[in-house]
Ligand binder design. Structure first.
Ligand code: UD1
Ligand code: CA
Length: 466
């Protein structure tokens, strides 16, 4: 793929999506559609890529920058059709004049690397000026129709411009094309807006190529799903469903167990080990790696995190963190970014951990906040412990040594450190370091006032008689 480049059309508004976002950034399984198209190109080594931006161009350009790759962009300030969009890439095409150019739409996320390489092989083998990717559909819907004379492709007719005979054709234009770049430049200049939509159609380049006496080939995709795009929310939903099932099928094949796939959505890049069981309501967003023999869910969301083997996550939200083997977490736990939960840790209900390390074998069983803290091994947190990490201006860290025992309802006012095997007494607000082995206690001594209620509450009315 040395002598190739690609132009990706991503300027359209996507009116039917009724969204503030540009259509190509609409997400399928947590990734923008444009991302799939770029990934397909990059997976087969297409490196020189020019993206045509227009509607909300800054947002599309920001997305491209966030991917870290190097992309050229060209702006199409007014969207006058797919042919007009490619005209915006003129300089890019002139620079790549000796090469073959692949044209793709930013709204067809199922188009894969295999389709790109196979259609390119046909393009080279037949020495075509243009090679189209086509598919045969039972319902050709609003796609452009491929009009052939026998085997020979003559033209593409848009549904809106088709006569009844043309409209009945079931072979359609997938919107992916290979062109000899120089030839594309020469036909682009000759496009007109003489059609039902008053647009410059890229599809008209086919008839112009035939007029030039050059050859147009067609690669008929064996799997017609690759052409699917999203022009509406319903389309987007259907794409999500289709891809969701494909991803789950892949994990079935890898030995992952699903109790039920209700409410389960898994990003295509997720890795899950064999014997792991996924419960309903599990959402795995991008960047998730899960080991073997885990129990994930129900009602669990994970993003950009690495989970070890034999881990249980029940009703857990976990972001940008690492959870090691045999950790048992949940229900109702929030692991916020930059946390490391070491092996054999137990975290129970209503616990939040943020930007902290929890050492092996430590238990944080109930109603606790651990923020900006370094917690050692085999520490026990009583119920209701709070690390007071924020003074309203700055955040500070707490350090808790191995084997420490933090009594119920302790406030640890950071910065503070608790030594190895030290205790804090229940209900203490700890503002000074506690040395190893010591007990930190900070609360008033208890005093009992005998007969208090008799004096205080004499004559109080009771709701029900005793
Ligand atoms: C187009 C094809 C149709 C094909 C279908 C496949 C034309 C005239 N028709 O129709 O034959 O079956 O794709 O999906 O090409 N875009 C721009 N600038 C514009 C217009 C569109 O960048 O001025 C971009 C859009 O953002 C989108 C892509 O081009 O990513 C396709 O445009 P869209 O309007 O969706 O074309 P279709 O009507 O689907
Ligand atoms: Ca489209």
């Amino acid at each position: 793929m040395e002598q190739v480049c690609a132009v990706i059309l991503a300027a359209g508004k996507g009116t039917r999506m009724k969204s503030n976002k540009p259509k190509v950034l609409a997400e399928v399984l947590f990734k923008p559609m444009l991302g799939y198209v770029l990934d397909a190109c990059e997976s087969v080594g297409v490196k020189d890529i020019c993206v045509i931006t227009g509607h909300k161009a800054e947002e599309v350009e920001a997305y491209l920058a966030s991917r870290g790759g190097s992309y050229e962009t060209a702006r199409q300030t007014e969207q006058k059709g797919t042919g007009h969009a490619v005209m915006m890439a003129k300089e890019f095409l002139q620079k790549n004049a000796g090469k073959d150019v692949l044209i793709l739409s930013g709204d067809t996320p199922c188009l894969n690397g295999e389709t790109i390489t196979q259609s390119y092989a046909l393009h080279k083998e037949q020495q075509n000026a243009v090679t189209l990717v086509t598919a045969v559909l039972e319902d050709p819907a609003s796609y452009g129709r491929i009009i052939r004379d026998g085997e020979r492709i003559l033209k593409i007719v848009e549904k809106k411009d088709a006569n009844p005979e043309e409209a009945a054709v079931k072979e359609i234009n997938a919107g992916a094309y290979w062109f000899q770049a120089e030839h594309l430049l020469s036909v682009l200049d000759r496009l007109t807006t003489d059609n039902a939509q008053g647009e410059y159609y890229l599809t008209d380049t086919v008839a112009l190529t035939i007029q030039d006496g050059k050859t147009v080939g067609g690669y008929i995709a064996p799997d017609s799903d690759i052409i699917l795009g999203a022009n509406s929310r319903k389309d987007l939903f259907e794409l999500n469903e289709l891809m969701r099932k494909k991803v789950i099928d892949k994990h079935f094949d890898n030995g992952v167990e699903f109790i039920s796939t209700d409410g389960v959505s898994i990003s295509p890049d997720a890795q899950i080990g064999a014997d792991t069981v996924i419960y309903p309501g599990t959402i795995l967003k991008e960047g998730v790696v899960i080991g073997e023999d885990c129990q994930i869910g129900p009602n669990t969301m994970i993003q950009n995190s690495v989970i070890g083997n034999h881990v249980k996550l029940n009703s857990v939200q976990c972001f940008q963190s690492k959870v090691d083997d045999y950790a048992d977490i949940g229900p109702f736990v929030h692991i916020r970014p930059n946390s490391e939960i070491h092996h054999h840790v137990h975290i129970g209900d209503f616990v939040e951990v943020k930007n902290s390390t929890i050492g092996a074998g430590t238990a944080v069983a109930h109603l606790t906040y651990v923020g900006d803290s370094d917690v050692g091994k085999n520490v026990n947190f009583g119920c209701g412990v709070v690390t007071v990490n924020y003074d309203g201006v700055h955040k500070h860290r707490c350090t808790i040594g191995d084997g420490a025992f933090i009594g119920c309802n302790t406030n640890l006012v950071a910065p503070v450190s608790i030594g190895e095997n030290a205790y804090t007494a229940a209900g203490s607000t700890i503002t000074k370091d506690v040395p190893g082995e010591a007990l930190g206690i900070s609360r008033v001594k208890q005093e009992n006032k005998e007969g208090f209620s008799k004096r205080k509450l004499a004559g109080r009315k009771k709701k029900v008689e005793e």
